[in-house]
Design a protein around this ligand. Structure first.
Ligand code: FES
Length: 172
């Protein structure tokens, strides 16, 4: 077979095979470099947290029915990130106490003696009202109710839950 005749017969098949293999290589490259998006699983608790954080406005808390949501990242409440600190939240009527790393308590800020709400100090697991100097505990049982002329007992505690920097208080 002469050279010219050989090229006429073999070139089309050769070109086709080269094209086919280059497409194959491109296809291989595409599938090899295609990244699989990481699958992010978000828990319902996390979804609720993110949604709630968006609804809490500039005040740092949100009242909704018998619940109050408090954003601990807000300047008013950020001291509660440290253990042993408390905030007298007079708007919501509670003493918020960071008891330990995982516990944040909400206690009625109405003094069981005569109802003063704004003279509290805290030390050694007791809140003391400077109005007449009575002290009240943070434990359970022997609840001394608001303005009941009690000079001892524990302050009324509300149910709380803490998720990251979001505190939920239930007044129900
Ligand atoms: S009102 Fe608090 S001690 Fe009297």
């Amino acid at each position: 077979m002469k050279r010219k005749e050989f090229l006429q017969k073999t070139c089309p098949a050769f070109v086709l095979s080269v094209l086919a293999s280059s497409e194959f290589l491109l296809a291989c490259k595409d599938s090899a470099t295609e990244e699989v998006a990481p699958q992010v699983v978000t828990s319902q608790e996390e979804k609720d947290y993110l949604a709630r954080k968006k609804t809490i406005g500039a005040k740092g808390y949100l009242q909704e029915n018998s619940m109050v949501y408090v954003d601990l990242a807000h300047a008013t409440y950020s001291t509660l990130l440290s253990q042993g600190n408390f905030v007298n939240d007079q708007v919501n009527g509670v003493l918020l106490l960071r008891k330990d790393a995982t516990t944040l308590m909400a206690l009625d800020n109405c003094c069981p003696h005569l109802g003063s709400r704004n003279q509290w100090s805290y030390a050694a697991n007791k809140f003391t009202c400077a109005n007449h100097g009575n002290s009240y505990g943070i434990g359970t049982g022997q609840v001394a109710n608001c303005s009941s002329n009690s000079s001892f007992g524990n302050l009324k505690a509300y149910k709380t839950s803490l998720y990251k920097d979001l505190l939920t208080i239930s007044f129900a």
